[in-house]
Design a protein around this ligand. Structure first.
Ligand code: NAP
Length: 245
């Protein structure tokens, strides 16, 4: 695969996003790694990605901020006309759990801004290139919470459920141009986001008897990014050890 094909991964510096970057790098994609604030984690991820012999560029901005998203992506596209972004992984997300009766406006809006609005700001900017080149893979990282709803996570469940609806709608808009749009819905995955959740306490609920790993989710993302998945679009694929299916 030519070195000029790129994958853009939001929240690519840690957890599932980092594992997705490494998987896509192993498939030969140059990586555009977006993150928000943790420079040390981003630099570490960049080193590991470059060990696969591909380029990795760090793009530090808040995906929930439309002006920043537009500035960074437009600048990149304009100064890299010989390169194409084939794969977009909308992965950046945060949790701010609390019961709805206690939820503050910021806890609602920050979760929706990062996951849902971030999906919109980034995807609309990269879609034009994919439609013009008549190829693209958009993979949205949602959650079991967006399918079944999780108490204490009305904000997070709403954001993820909304992206599932958008995934299905967008897939129908762009299918003819060979752009596929799918979502992956993890259950409990061992990352910084779930470090406050006791695996021992919850694993008995999971048929597989354990939390999943970022690498397992990344394998699914890699498959959806690959030519092997060309007839799959508008789908939500569960990856949860049988917790819900
Ligand atoms: P994580 O370990 O907490 O990593 C989050 C990543 O997102 C980091 O790279 C972080 O960058 C970045 N990020 C956060 N806010 C951002 C923003 N406003 N703009 C740009 N980047 C931002 O999370 P994870 O567990 O890997 O989760 C990744 C995705 O999977 C999320 O969408 C999450 O909802 C979903 N998910 C996770 C699980 C799970 O069990 N872990 C289950 C279902 C779904 P900085 O470090 O710079 O802040």
């Amino acid at each position: 695969m030519a070195d000029k094909k790129y994958a853009f991964v939001t929240g690519g510096s840690r957890g599932i996003g980092k594992a997705a970057c490494l998987k896509l790098a192993s498939m030969g994609y140059g990586i555009l790694l977006n993150y928000h604030s943790n420079d040390e984690a981003a630099n570490q991820a960049k080193q590991e990605i470059e060990a696969h012999g591909v380029e990795c560029e760090l793009l530090k901005f808040d995906v929930g901020n439309p002006a920043e998203s537009e500035k960074f992506l437009t600048n990149w596209v304009e100064s890299n006309e010989d390169k194409v972004i084939e794969v977009l992984v909308n992965n950046a997300g945060i949790r701010k759990d609390t019961l709805m009766m206690w939820m503050k406006e910021d806890e609602w809006h920050s979760v929706l801004d990062t996951s849902l609005n971030g999906f919109f700001y980034i995807t609309r900017l990269l879609l034009k290139g994919m439609l013009t080149q008549k190829f693209g893979r958009i993979i949205n990282v949602v959650s079991l919470s967006g399918l079944k709803g999780t108490p204490g996570q009305t904000n997070y469940s709403a954001a993820k459920a909304a992206i599932i609806g958008a995934t299905k709608a967008l897939a129908q808009e762009v299918g003819r141009r060979k752009v596929t749009v799918n979502a992956v819905a993890p259950g409990f995955i061992k990352t910084d986001m779930t470090e406050d959740i006791n695996e021992k306490e919850y694993k008995s609920l999971i048929p597989a008897g354990r939390f999943g790993t970022s690498e397992e989710v990344a394998e699914l993302i890699g498959f959806l990014a690959s030519p092997h998945s060309s007839y799959i679009t508008g789908e939500v694929i569960n990856i949860n050890g049988g917790l819900y299916s």
